[in-house]
Design a protein around this ligand. Structure first.
Ligand SMILES: [Zn+2]
Length: 74
């Protein structure tokens, strides 16, 4: 579990104010206003399960996204 969900702790200053698209709801948001999560995902090319930081527009999107990915792993 991460100690902070604040993107400014993980993202370089120059990128914090850029826009990103939420992987859950496809909404555009400023990274500084989003929430980071250490997520597991399946790399399409190799089929490997990997870990990476992802940025979501809200904590509810963050929480909704995880179960759908876990479902894909079975
Ligand atoms: Zn979202």
């Amino acid at each position: 579990m991460l100690h902070s969900l604040r993107p400014s702790q993980f993202v370089p200053e120059r990128l914090v104010w850029t826009r990103s698209k939420c992987p859950e709801c496809d909404r555009q948001f400023v990274i500084a206003a989003g929430f980071m999560s250490l997520a597991h995902y399946c790399e399409l090319e190799t089929g490997e399960i990997k870990q990476g930081l992802m940025c979501f527009c809200s904590t509810s999107c963050l929480l909704h996204w995880q179960p759908s990915m876990l479902g894909l792993m079975h």
